[in-house]
Design a protein around this ligand. Structure first.
Ligand code: HEM
Length: 385
């Protein structure tokens, strides 16, 4: 809860949790510094196979090399090499080119519930939209969109649920194996029939720059990184606006405040709340020593409410220009998909509020929150219109 974060930020800004044997950083300045500190490794996959139940370790070893190739988990120099390649597909022009598709997906999803007057904003809309957009962005045929959703569900189940269980591991390994084979086939097809889209970029990769395995692995990462976080951004924005009627009224009066509403949602309720780093050597901070090999959790949620950086931080105010937050990370691993996520949020929220102007929470159905320390957003957000 945010009051606890405020307590730690003020009293124990660099905090060691004995039971977890992990450090936590709560202040904006410290979190920013740690994000850009080259002594902090992003490779959180070390030893993860051994942390899984023994009966699934063999299975896990089959896909582990792919997971270890995620740009997100690599340090320099491999990180910069992978990122430079992927970045080409995320330029502003490519993202602008997706606007029509995002709009179409938003309208299709809302058409499905148009007659009912009820919507689960998370399950029926915010959950499916980013997955369908990614499926299109990756160049997968439209008929396979729901297959892509299933892969993503299995990845989320494995990566975001602690502890790792036999079932979540089996589901993830099955889906990863399927997605690896499927993507390789599509890449071969695209090499025969080149096209200038993201899949075309992946298919045309120079093996000296990035191997086919790395290409496939990072397609998988995009699905993992680009699904739940945008879902939570859209869900958090709808929830915050519906529970702050004064702010929602301002937005209805002046739709140009939408970007402000999205940015304020990102600050106030960041979809990604906690990011881990591992110290490669001893690091001094706030009078404490983080020892080599120890994990530090960077609290984005706390840094975004630091009054030293954001005056009146506990007020949700869509009209306040507060400047950049840490919600998309910071430094070398800063989010590759931020432009895409913003575009998805803009189009989905504008469409939702335009088509359902009297949108309100459904008092008869319960809101369910995604229970995870590192991601926050509603799993189920029933609304009526
Ligand atoms: C990295 C947040 C959407 C792809 C990150 C990081 C954060 C973040 C905090 C930093 C991770 C770290 O430092 O270890 C978010 C939020 C999103 C969002 C809040 C939505 C609101 C997306 C989307 C995509 C994406 C839509 C792609 C389709 C990535 C990738 C990285 C990343 C590939 C790793 C970059 C690197 O390691 O160099 N994101 N993300 N994200 N994000 Fe996002």
């Amino acid at each position: 809860p945010f009051p606890d974060l405020a307590y730690f930020r003020e009293n124990r800004p660099i905090f060691y949790h004995e039971t977890l044997d992990q450090w936590f950083a709560f202040g904006h300045e410290d979190v920013s510094k740690l994000f850009s500190d080259p002594r902090m490794s992003a490779d959180r996959m070390k030893g993860f196979v051994d942390a899984a139940p023994e009966e699934v370790r063999e299975d896990l070893r089959k896909v582990a090399p792919y997971l270890e190739m995620f740009v997100l988990m690599n340090d320099e120099p491999d990180h910069a090499r992978l990122r430079k390649f992927l970045h080409r597909g995320f330029n502003a022009e490519a993202i602008r080119g997706l606007r029509g598709q995002i709009q179409q997906i938003a309208d299709e999803l809302l058409d499905r519930v148009r007659e009912t007057g009820r919507l689960d904003d998370s399950a029926d809309f915010a959950f499916l939209l980013p997955a369908y957009v990614l499926s299109d962005f990756l160049g997968f045929p439209e008929k396979d969109r729901d297959r892509v959703v299933q892969w993503s569900v299995d990845f989320i189940g494995f990566f975001n649920v602690v502890p790792i269980t036999v079932e979540t591991t089996r589901d993830m390994v099955r889906s990863a194996t399927e997605m690896i084979g499927y993507t390789k086939e599509l890449l071969a097809e695209r090499r025969e029939h080149p096209r200038e889209d993201f899949l075309g970029l992946l298919a045309g990769a120079d093996p000296a720059e990035i191997s086919e395995e790395e290409v496939v692995a990072n397609a998988m990462l995009l699905l993992l990184a680009g699904h739940v976080a945008p879902r939570n951004l859209i869900g958090n924005a709808v929830y915050l606006l519906l529970t702050h009627p004064d702010q929602f009224a301002k937005l209805k009066e002046d739709p140009s405040l939408l970007d402000g509403a999205i940015e304020e949602t990102l600050r106030y309720e960041p979809p990604v709340t906690l990011i881990p780093r591992i110290a490669l050597e001893d690091v001094e901070m706030g009078g404490e020593t983080i020892h080599a090999g120890q994990i530090v959790q960077l609290s984005i949620a706390s840094a975004n409410r630091d009054a030293a950086r954001f005056p009146d931080p506990d007020r949700f105010d869509i009209t306040k220009k507060r400047g950049p937050t840490l919600s998309f990370g910071h430094g070398p691993h800063g989010c590759l998909g931020a432009l895409l996520a913003m575009e998805e949020a803009r189009i989905s929220l504008a469409t939702l509020f335009r088509r359902m102007p009297d949108l309100r929470l459904d008092d008869d159905r319960e809101i369910k929150w995604y229970r995870n320390a590192a991601n926050r957003g509603p799993d189920s957000l029933p609304v009526v219109f």
